[in-house]
Design a protein around this ligand. Structure first.
Ligand SMILES: *Cc1c(COP(=O)(O)O)cnc(C)c1O
Length: 371
């Protein structure tokens, strides 16, 4: 964990601390859950894991974890990211995984999608359907999910538990905890231990989730039962959702392009124990560049959302003249996302709004279930 010289960079009386998860082999927080998931599967006699990956960080982490315990790993990578990020695929293959662009011809569902639209760019929901379809066909194969589910959030709480000890070592405690949200795992990872501590009588920091304006499940979604994937193979979960058919416009924080939100995070939001804000990707990249120049770490595009959230809190402290302590999770580095930074510097990064009609349609297609 590190503290930023925020008074010189931002002219704020606030102190900013960040927990850095980019030092893991895969470059993000995801090995925190990939390794225990691979270990438990190996213990249970499983031979092969299937999964999806958007930006590539989860696929990389599971490829690495599978290799540690002798499991075959098969990764369905969303087509746009497969094409845009060849180095992510190369890392997965280096760790010994097989990487397939999704939609693919290897599953019935992928073939159906391709028949309708041969140039389909793919989505996380479709890639999940493909990975689940393969796992459902074979006894020795299981599907592993990198976010959203309760056990994933549990594994990730190591982030917050470590941060609590480190805050104590620094003889301070956060007034605000900030993290970005895709499926909600790094957010819950840093925030839930602080929320729990507050519910047990400890101090109650404000908890702020930052999501992309182009895929705003917490700020614009409905709290309802929905499927986790596009083919409707998964069990229904109650969560904030944009509808399982919602395809967000292409933006660079690929790890945040998921239609739903972790049920536990959704529940905590409904209980009023946290807040959520949405920012556009250009504003988040500006924040990430400012951070890189101050701290020397180039954040992942996903993590730029947390940086943006922390900067906004620091500027609020400046306006209000408050010397608050801000803690945020820097969920990963952006070394495989330099093309996105190049696009940003070339002024080519666009903020595409999602299609309101498509959102309305996706929400009207939510499954009808009793309360
Ligand atoms: C996957 C990923 C995210 C988003 O996933 P969550 O489950 O919401 O944490 C955020 N940051 C990085 C670096 C990621 O790899």
């Amino acid at each position: 964990m590190s503290q930023i010289a925020s008074n010189t960079t931002l002219g704020t009386p606030a102190k900013i601390f960040y927990k850095y998860e980019g030092v893991s082999p895969a470059g993000s927080h995801k090995p925190n859950t990939a390794i225990p998931q691979a270990w438990y599967n190996a213990q249970a006699g499983v031979r092969r894991l299937t999964t999806e990956t958007g930006a590539g960080q989860w696929g990389t982490s599971l490829a690495f974890a599978g290799q540690l315990f002798g499991l075959d790993v098969q990764v369905f990578q969303v087509r746009v990211s497969y094409d845009q990020k060849p180095y992510r695929r190369a890392v997965m293959e280096t760790y010994g995984a097989r990487c397939i662009a999704s939609p693919s011809t290897e599953t019935a569902y992928g073939r159906r999608i391709l028949a309708e639209r041969p140039d389909h760019p793919g989505s996380l929901g479709i890639a999940i359907s493909e990975a689940v379809e393969i796992a459902a066909q074979r006894d020795d194969t299981k599907y592993a999910l990198g976010s959203v589910l309760n056990h994933v959030l549990l594994h990730q709480t190591i982030i917050g538990l470590e941060a609590m000890e480190q805050m104590q070592m620094a003889d301070t405690w956060p007034d605000v905890v900030v993290a970005c949200t895709g499926g909600g795992s790094n957010f819950a990872g840093i925030a839930f231990p602080f929320i729990g501590h507050g519910l047990r009588g400890g101090p109650k920091p404000r908890i702020v989730a930052v999501e992309p304006a182009a895929c705003p499940s917490l700020t614009r979604g409905k709290y309802a039962y929905d499927y986790g994937d596009t083919a409707r193979l998964t069990p229904l979960t109650k969560m904030h959702t944009l509808g399982s058919t919602f395809t967000p416009p292409g933006f660079h924080a690929g790890g945040l392009r998921y239609h739903g939100m972790a049920p536990l995070v959704s529940h905590v939001k409904e209980l009023g124990l946290m807040e959520a804000v949405a920012y556009t990707q250009v504003d988040c990249f500006a924040a990430g560049v400012q951070f890189a120049r101050a701290e020397g770490i180039v954040p992942a595009p996903e993590a730029n959302h947390a940086v943006k959230g922390a900067i906004e809190e620091a500027l609020r402290c400046k306006r209000e003249g408050k010397a608050e302590t801000i803690l945020f999770n820097l969920s990963g580095h952006g070394h495989f996302d330099m093309a996105a930074y190049q696009a940003y510097f070339a002024g080519q990064l666009k903020d595409e709004a999602y299609d309101e009609r498509e959102l309305a349609q996706a929400l009207s297609g939510l499954p009808a279930v009793g309360a």
